[in-house]
Design a protein around this ligand. Structure first.
Ligand code: FES
Length: 132
């Protein structure tokens, strides 16, 4: 089994054959080591982070949820914006890059800049991954 989570900031967390590989900031590596010390080396047993405060924590949470087969975007179809043909994954990537409003998402991905009918769905994704 291999699970990989990446961000546009060159951060990457990979679980390969039971072994963790982390590339990224000091904060990312430190937080992952903290979780490992506290809950053991198997991320399947780690709790989901309750308060997301940074892009690194967003990535860690994605990793934990993927290890537990619980990661799911709050939008059921692959293509979120039909006018601009923007997949939900691309909108999520924009959130990981730091977009915090529907307009930010539009500037970065063009999603929501056509008819506007997908803007509530973009809002739903933003709420799912809102930093606390
Ligand atoms: S469906 Fe996204 S702008 Fe029209």
């Amino acid at each position: 089994m291999e699970i990989t989570c990446k961000s546009k900031f060159q951060s990457e967390i990979t679980l390969r054959q039971g072994s963790l590989h982390i590339v990224g900031s000091f904060e990312l590596i430190h937080k992952m080591n903290e979780l490992k010390e506290k809950y053991g080396s198997n991320p399947v047993k780690w709790p989901e982070l309750e308060k997301i405060k940074s892009a690194d924590e967003l990535l860690i949470n994605e990793f934990i949820l993927k290890c537990q087969s619980r990661f799911q975007l709050a939008y059921e179809h692959a293509e979120l914006c039909h006018c601009r043909m923007v997949p939900a994954e691309r909108v999520y990537d924009a959130i990981k890059q730091g977009c915090r409003t529907v307009n930010d998402i539009g500037r970065t991905t063009l999603a929501g800049t056509g008819c506007g009918s997908c803007r509530p769905d973009i809002e739903k994704l933003l709420k799912q991954f809102q930093f606390s």
